[in-house]
Design a protein around this ligand. Structure first.
Ligand SMILES: *Cc1c(COP(=O)(O)O)cnc(C)c1O
Length: 394
């Protein structure tokens, strides 16, 4: 026994939870009793669902389900080890070939989730004495990966390319021979707006820096076949590292990096979240491959088109709140205070709608909001009912 010890465990954390509660910042889990879809049962209540990132309704698509079941029947449930230890299963190899061709890159690498993708990739690319410059609204996994890398970190205000350029100028003067990595998203996860990627690519090229773009909310959404914003702007050749998730519009699970063969070979050798982690279930990889194939078929193109038609319809139904058809499936309704956002979510739930409130630390303090997501599976009636409810409640 030492003379000093920690506070008793629960008596330390219990009051901290109560403090979160008093600030309207406590979070808890609620049971969802149905699959993803336009209507769900949440904690025993039927609600029209405007919370999901399953933007194309692929999480329950028969094509994905069939591929998942076939792969599970053929290869089993778990993959047993890291691929470097016990080998790559055919569904992983097939997913990576399909991903590279979809993203029009030389190669791709699959991870167990998008979070792990960023956490491993950034520190494999930059280290101490290097510089990472990232957008203020970048996702937590990009921030955490950057911190973990040990590189000097500079943040530019959201989409502020002038400030990005001044950070680049500073970095090149202070660390002339450092690696400089600029990181941004294509579609921002809590605001739904796009980054000025063409301008960012022009600027980073002027300073000889590299660019990493997270397309978590761009893949499946931006462009006719949902190839993402990098492809829509024809920037594939100039974005060194393309990243995304297989768990949102693609309806499955996992994360990916797409880029040059050299990048992927380097990650296989140095990316810790790839090397030291059991590879994702082969069935998830097979379902992701099915999603990528479906996107390039008439049915997939029709799903992407329906999503954008629904977004345009909602804008026509709520012209004061949504003046123009949004470029992505994410519609933030800024309310400010945490309790205001929670009250709006509760009121909408009473009316039969699931529209989640997003609070600190997901968004800055006092910029709490409703984060409404539209999918290809919503009907015009769902949208009209939502628009009426928003007008009553807000
Ligand atoms: C969701 C998300 C991720 C993480 O992807 P997962 O596969 O869910 O772990 C990464 N980046 C952004 C911008 C995201 O929204």
């Amino acid at each position: 026994m030492t003379e000093y010890s920690n506070a008793p465990f629960d008596s330390l954390f219990f009051p901290l939870l109560e403090e979160l509660e008093s600030k309207h910042l406590r979070r808890s889990l609620r049971l969802l009793e149905t699959p993803q879809g336009p209507s769900v049962s949440l904690a025993g209540k039927n609600l029209l669902n405007f919370s999901s990132n399953d933007y194309l309704g692929l999480a329950t698509a028969p094509e994905l389900l069939a591929s998942f079941q076939d792969a599970a029947a053929t290869y089993g449930v778990g993959s047993g080890a890291s691929r470097l230890i016990s080998g790559t299963l055919p569904p992983h190899a097939e997913l990576e070939t399909t991903l590279a061709s979809f993203k029009k890159t030389e190669a791709a690498l699959a991870f167990s989730c998008g979070y792990a993708t960023a956490l491993g990739t950034i520190p494999a690319i930059v280290q101490q004495n290097d510089v990472v410059i990232l957008d203020k609204l970048s996702h937590a996994c990009l921030v955490d990966g950057s911190r973990l890398s040990g590189a000097s970190l500079r943040v530019f205000p959201h989409n502020d390319t002038e400030k990005l350029e001044s950070h680049l100028r500073w970095a090149r003067e202070k660390f002339p021979s450092a690696r400089i990595l600029v990181i941004t998203e294509s579609v921002f996860s809590m605001d739904g707006d796009l980054s000025p990627l063409k301008e960012i690519a022009d600027i980073k090229d002027r300073y000889g820096a590299w660019l990493m773009v997270d397309e978590a909310h761009g893949i499946g959404v931006v462009g006719k076949e949902g190839r993402g914003l990098v492809d829509a702007l024809d920037l594939g050749e100039r974005v060194e590292i393309q990243m995304g998730t297989l768990g949102k519009a693609l309806g499955s699970a996992g994360g990916y990096i797409a880029g040059s063969r050299t990048l992927i070979d380097w990650l296989i050798n140095r990316c810790r979240s790839f090397i030291f982690s059991t590879s994702p279930p082969p069935a998830s990889a097979a379902a992701s491959t099915a999603a990528l194939r479906l996107l390039q078929s008439p049915q997939g193109i029709a799903r992407v088109r329906s999503l954008h038609e629904n977004l345009a319809a909602l804008s026509r139904l709520c012209p004061s709140r949504i003046p123009a058809p949004p470029p992505s499936a994410i519609l933030p309704i800024l309310l400010g205070k945490e309790e205001t956002a929670l009250a709006a979510t509760a009121k909408l739930a009473e009316e039969g709608f699931f529209v989640p409130a997003v609070r600190f630390p997901t968004v800055p303090k006092n910029s709490a909001r409703l984060r409404l997501t539209v999918t290809a599976s919503h009907s015009h009636q769902h949208l009209a009912d939502l628009a009426a409810a928003l007008n009553r409640v807000l």
